[in-house]
Ligand binder design. Sequence first.
Ligand SMILES: C[S@@+](CC[C@H](N)C(=O)[O-])C[C@H]1O[C@@H](n2cnc3c(N)ncnc32)[C@H](O)[C@@H]1O
Length: 285
Amino acid sequence: MPPPPRRNFHRSHISATQASGKPPHGKPPAAPREQGWDPVAAWYDKLVGDGGSDYHRQVILPATMRLLAPRPGEAIIDVCCGQGVLLRPLLDAGVAKITGIDASAQLIRAAKARHGAERGVTLVTADACAPGAWADGGHDAATCVMAVHDVSDAVALFSNMARALKPQGRAVVVLMHPCFRIPRQSHWGWDAEQKIQYRRLDGYGSPRAIAITTHPGKASGEQTTFHHRPLGELLSAMGKGGLAVTGCEELYSHRRSQAGGPFSKAEHHAAQEFPLFLALTARRL
Ligand SMILES: C[S@@+](CC[C@H](N)C(=O)[O-])C[C@H]1O[C@@H](n2cnc3c(N)ncnc32)[C@H](O)[C@@H]1O
């Protein structure tokens, strides 16, 4: 059984009053609503569009659907669904009941504009780290695609995903590879002597919150926070949340440099050696 509901204590439970150190008077102020990617929603919706980003289309969505293996008539929940990029493949697979939840009201609005009128689709603005009516034990499978690192409390996320599933229900979690894709900590390098493109890691073992600017060239520079967790912490969070890992696939880039270029052989080799994404399958304990 997954543990009892757990809230995200990192952000939402620290009110301005508490942070100032003054004793609270009367009723404590309501915790601010988790807004997910609302500040960057317009940018993200444009980037992903109807069919997904290049990586979504070529790597992430095909792997998610293969690992999920949805059956017609099933009920599936996509946790942190964003603007609904997974919904079309799920609908095309004949999934009867699809629930998408995301903390960003704007991205849920974009998902509703695309798929809200489709039969069996329910889209809800909700914090995946907080208990909610959607975590109702009624789903055959749950997905969380490219979002674990955007959530500050992974145990709470996985607990609620587990709670949304029927006993033994399936889960598929796809995320940025925690060993090789850590913003500001992992980089490509070129060893001219050995003609090797290598991956350099400046840090891995410490969990950290990393601010990401989504429009690097723009003065406004909206930010999101990337939560890096070492692999052990990630897998333990799934177990603590009530999800037993049953499989692991590492997903590589489909992109290849132009043949004959000065670095093409080395780039090709590096693309085959260093995975971009990690895909985990699990079952509700
Ligand atoms: C990189 S986007 C991925 C969205 C979608 N799964 C996709 O592949 O396009 C990360 C998503 O996580 C959502 N998110 C972040 N924290 C959340 C939370 N606590 N509860 C629900 N959604 C959250 C964001 O609003 C955003 O839509």
